[in-house]
Design a protein. Sequence first.
Length: 287
Amino acid sequence: MLFLGTAAAESFPNPFCCCETCERARQSQDKRNIRHRSSFQLDAENLIDCNADTMYAVSQFGGSLEKLKNIFITHMHEDHFDYWNMAFPNMSITHCAPLRIFASPEAAAGLRETCSLLRKAPFSQMQEQFLQMEQVYEICPLPFYQTAQIDDMLVTPMKGRHSGFFNGESSANYVLERPSGTLLYASDTGRFYEDTFAWLRQKRLDILIVEGSFGLRKEPPECGHMTLQSLSETLEQLFEQNTLDASSRIYVTHIAHSGRLLHEEYESLLQQRFGPNIFVAYDGLVI
Ligand SMILES: [Zn+2]
Ligand SMILES: [Zn+2]
Ligand SMILES: [Zn+2]
């Protein structure tokens, strides 16, 4: 499993920003402080999110998407799904389309409607490209808290406290279960809803990947992203209900410059509180 990117939407540092944190990241000798937009390759066949940096990152870290079958989209924000990427599987000589794109029902409906609107735009070259892109994938809606068997995995989306572009769209945090272990990928999420805690009460996570976008920022409890404070409270509750235990590993991702923490600073704050099995992820990290 490979972290292809671990930054929030504007990457880290934000190229348009010269705040103290962005400048410290640029000057740092620690290359883990340079982050691209978040996506995660579970294995050769399964990818979570597919943004403008994903294609670059796959090559950068020596992989390929040739065998890709499934893309799990957390939500329709530009740092999680870049539709233009669908132009490229068709240009492969060896890849066997179509891909399956899994998304929440609202995200799936919004994507379908956007594509149909774009197809009607009076630009024949673009229409042609959109028609070709639509040959590459099928959209598969996955309702929240319902478990689906997808190849060798059980997949259950949890509802995140984070809105996507489409009306009524909430992010999907995916619980992925295989005989070898259980993983939850929660980016973007905000504080977990009670329904999510309740669903997870019956489960033990081997690996939790969770966003920690806003670090030291102070935000209200309903914020659509985690701060260090809300992340810590969420983890405490997960430990309390035994969803996490001493042998679970936790990786914090989707880091924003506005959280004012570089890699080592963030990881050391988390490890002081939760011990040695919590890490801040970085681009290229293999689990
Ligand atoms: Zn995001
Ligand atoms: Zn900045
Ligand atoms: Zn988002």
